[in-house]
Design a protein around this ligand. Structure first.
Ligand SMILES: Nc1nc2c(c(=O)[nH]1)N[C@H]1C(S)=C(S)[C@@H](COP(=O)(O)OP(=O)(O)OC[C@H]3O[C@@H](n4cnc5c(=O)[nH]c(N)nc54)[C@H](O)[C@@H]3O)O[C@H]1N2
Ligand SMILES: Nc1nc2c(c(=O)[nH]1)N[C@H]1C(S)=C(S)[C@@H](COP(=O)(O)OP(=O)(O)OC[C@H]3O[C@@H](n4cnc5c(=O)[nH]c(N)nc54)[C@H](O)[C@@H]3O)O[C@H]1N2
Ligand code: SF4
Ligand SMILES: [Mo]
Length: 739
């Protein structure tokens, strides 16, 4: 079905140039579009962009494919079942809004507000309208059953930022442009383009690091693209990073290298940390991690002696059983070597619209309540996704019976996706705000499709806080939106208005508060995100106005990162307690999990005839989680959903490169082609996530032809990070046999 919104323009329509950004990943590259009428002619990197400097990856061009994709929904649809067969029927927006509000309100009336769950996926953070207007509707649901992709990703970073620096978003960002020593664990920015470190053009930045005499070290169970260009790569045993990081801290104390410098006056509990890491000597940890003690000690020295050094850890050390301890240890290493709030170390950013300082985002809280079935803690109002399916499948008061999904595909992205698939099929009502009929939204009763990225304007409310350079950038829409379409923010505003009317009688609270709520929703609901941005900038004291931003769509450079953390903490009369209770109470457990005398463990593992393999994830530059596989240019070529395995493990099992293998875990089994390579540690296997488009009932023609299999049919909802219950995707035990 061709669509009028991108139909070829008459030949004499002039081609114009527009500046925008790519919102697909955290690198937020600046783009230059050539547009003829409403058709995108070309997409290129914008050389004038102060952050990305012309860099793009292949996905930027796929924004055009997304815009033109015949499978992209442009009108609401409802699921109807006739004679046991499912059909999707186009409906008007008016009808769709009424159906949704009614479906959700009925469940709430019958079963209470927490019977309506919410799952917000990753693009919510990449699409500012969801941030400015999502809460108008979602907060009204008054549910404790809120989930998001955060707990399949970076939750440990927020827990640690909150515990150490007093705010969930106070995450010091590596000063990659000035550092002289960078140690990366569990991150592969050459493929991912950086995360919790917005760093477009990362390859050039690493090159510059080396050119100024700096050193790059990568710790990863796989020889990644980043490891391949590093000065040093260490293969670590998955899930043991906490032990190794504690050994580095141990070395700092052992060798008199703990010198916090300018931070000393606001640091407490240094001696308590010294005592707590005593059992974790590099010598004792070597058997667990696979990294020898001499190397560990040398790297601790190199970090301590660097003229600006930084440790950075991402996905791989966040989504594992000790993710919070890993992220804590990384901060402690940077703090004890005087590298937090220092040029060449890690610093808090200073974006023009600062959500922390303007108090537009709360500091966060952990464990204010717990999940019904398993007792997993909430963080900042959200429960971990690992418990979402069991909250739907376990009967009783508080069982989730309806769900709102917004910009998420949890069937492919959360652990034990098959179980969630079944749980979604049993819901009383489900609505998805999404422009694809995919593995998750196929379970919805109604799908509300928003406009796609090039059809609306954009300001990066979140990622400018995480960027390696302070910049500011507002991008107007690149093309006109299609007829009778809605932006995400408009969908939220309308749902908020209608839901408030429908559930007025259910609302608790005094009349005055209820009226106030109505008023706020009414006013904000009518203000487009750019009007809120203009107001926010006025309040920010940054001196930057919306008019000036609009005049510079290529972006405004606000300069390199500068130390500000100590001042900002002191203004709030806050010190840094190095050993928060949640870590203090956890470290004895780590001492048990990684005992000093590990010889017995190692021996018994080698004795086992066929030891379980440890499964880890993988990203490659042409993917974007689960949802860009419908672009031919991103899926063409050799299949990329393959299982990587070391030659020793393959020959032990009699397996050969290219054959199909069956991979099994506690929760399921999948079949994938095998790729035998020495670029992975023996005992470890790796699969990418986001594939598995062979489920029936989806409408993604290109993706279906390149289906692959979902790693999350193997990952286990019961394997979670011990403090936050973040999904533990790393080191999942699996077995592999000929398929
Ligand atoms: N091309 C592309 N880019 C993306 C995305 C995408 O899907 N595709 N997704 C975006 C999103 S949502 C995010 S959050 C970021 C993530 O950004 P990154 O964190 O850089 O993501 P990955 O490339 O998955 O890197 C994780 C690394 O951890 C390693 N690893 C796994 N287990 C362990 C372990 O136990 N210890 C150690 N030390 N390492 C381990 C893996 O081998 C892998 O190299 O990427 C973003 N950018
Ligand atoms: N095993 C394993 N699992 C993982 C990971 C891993 O490394 N390994 N990575 C995890 C990480 S880091 C993340 S962030 C999650 C991602 O998990 P999810 O966010 O659940 O999944 P996505 O694949 O990002 O799906 C995004 C959905 O949003 C829709 N969408 C895109 N843009 C918009 C928009 O502007 N508005 C609306 N309304 N919808 C939009 C797309 O059509 C798609 O359906 O996956 C996690 N899952
Ligand atoms: S790295 Fe690629 S996907 Fe990420 S923002 Fe840049 S162009 Fe987009
Ligand atoms: Mo993510």
């Amino acid at each position: 079905m061709a669509h009028a919104s991108h139909a070829a323009a008459p030949a004499d329509t002039p081609v114009t140039t527009r500046h925008g950004v790519c919102n697909l990943c955290e690198a937020i590259c600046g783009l230059t579009f050539q547009v003829q009428g409403n058709r995108i002619v070309s997409v290129k990197g914008n050389e004038a962009d102060p952050l990305s400097r012309g860099h793009i990856c292949p996905k930027a061009v796929a924004l055009k494919d997304l815009h033109e994709d015949p499978d992209r929904l442009r009108q609401p649809i409802r699921r109807v079942t006739v004679d046991g067969e499912t059909r999707w029927e186009p409906i008007s927006w008016d009808q769709a809004f009424d159906l949704v509000v009614d479906g959700l309100a009925r469940v709430r009336e019958a079963h209470g507000s927490s019977a309506v769950g919410v799952y917000q996926g990753n693009p919510n953070v990449h699409n500012w309208g969801n941030i400015t207007h999502g809460h108008l509707f979602l907060s009204q649901l008054k549910t404790r059953a809120r989930f998001s992709a955060t707990s399949a990703d970076q939750l440990p970073h927020h827990v640690v930022a909150h515990a150490l620096y007093g705010h969930q978003l106070a995450i010091p960002i590596p000063d990659i442009d000035h550092t002289r020593f960078m140690l990366i664990l569990g991150g592969n920015p050459l493929a991912s383009n950086g995360s919790l470190m917005t760093v477009p053009d990362v390859r050039a930045r690493f090159k510059a690091l080396k050119a100024r005499g700096g050193k790059l070290v990568v710790v990863d169970p796989r020889r990644t693209e980043t490891a391949a260009i590093a000065d040093e790569h260490l293969f670590i045993d998955p899930g043991t990073d906490a032990a190794w990081l504690l050994a580095l801290i141990h070395t700092l104390f052992d060798e008199g290298l703990a010198k916090p410098g300018a931070l000393q006056p606001i640091l407490d509990q240094i001696d308590a940390v010294r005592a707590a890491v005593e059992p974790f000597s590099p010598e004792a940890m070597a058997a667990h991690t696979g990294i020898d003690a001499a190397t560990t000690r040398r790297l601790a020295r190199e970090l301590a002696h660097a003229d600006g050094g930084v440790v950075y850890g991402r996905m791989g050390v966040s989504t594992q059983p000790h993710g919070v301890v890993c992220q804590w240890a990384i901060q402690v290493l940077n703090l004890l070597t005087g590298n937090v709030d220092r040029i060449g170390g890690a610093m808090l950013t200073q974006p023009a619209l600062n959500l922390i300082d303007l108090k537009l985002m709360g500091p966060g809280h952990l464990g204010a309540w717990r999940s019904r079935v398993r007792g997993a803690p909430e963080f900042s109002g959200e429960l971990p996704v690992s418990v979402m399916a069991e909250e739907m499948l376990t009967p009783g008061k508080g069982q989730i019976r309806a769900l709102v999904t917004a910009a998420g595909n949890p069937v492919l992205s959360t652990p034990n996706g098959r179980q969630l698939d079944q749980a979604l099929a049993g819901l009383d009502f489900m609505v998805s705000i999404d422009f694809y009929l995919n593995e998750t939204t196929r379970h919805a009763d109604v799908i509300l499709p928003p406009t796609c990225f090039v059809e609306h304007d954009h300001y990066d409310l979140v990622f400018l806080h995480l960027a390696v350079r302070n910049v500011s950038r507002y991008s107007p829409a690149i093309v006109e939106r299609g007829p009778d379409t809605r932006h995400d923010w408009e969908i939220y505003a309308e749902l908020a208005r209608r839901y408030a009317q429908r559930t007025w009688a259910l609302e608790r609270g005094r009349m005055r508060e209820r009226l106030q709520g109505m008023l706020v929703r009414g006013i904000v609901g009518r203000l487009a995100p750019h009007r809120l941005l203009a107001l926010g900038l006025k309040r920010s004291g940054s001196g930057l106005t919306f008019e000036r931003l609009k005049a510079h769509p290529e972006g405004i450079d606000l300069g390199p990162l500068q130390p500000s953390l100590v001042n900002r903490l002191q203004r709030r009369k806050r010190r840094i307690a190095l050993l928060p209770d949640l870590i203090r109470l956890e470290l004895p457990f780590l001492a048990q999990a990684f005992p000093s005398h590990a010889a017995g463990t190692a021996a018994s593992a080698t004795q086992a005839e066929r030891p379980a393999l440890k499964l880890i994830g993988r990203r490659d530059v042409r993917t974007n989680n689960s949802w860009m596989h419908n672009s031919e240019r991103l899926v063409s070529g050799k299949p990329r959903c393959t299982l990587w395995m070391h030659p020793d493990d393959a020959s032990r099992r009699g397996l050969t490169d290219g054959q199909t293998v069956a991979v099994s875990s506690r929760v399921g089994q999948i079949a994938v082609p095998l790729h035998v390579t020495a670029d992975i540690r023996p005992g470890v296997v790796s699969l990418p996530h986001g594939w598995g488009h062979d489920r029936p009932g989806i409408a993604l023609q290109v993706a279906q032809a390149h289906a692959g299999a979902s790693i999350n049919d193997l990952t286990d909802d019961r394997l979670t990070e011990r403090i936050s219950a973040n999904a533990a995707f790393s080191a999942v035990p699996v077995s592999v046999a000929a398929g």
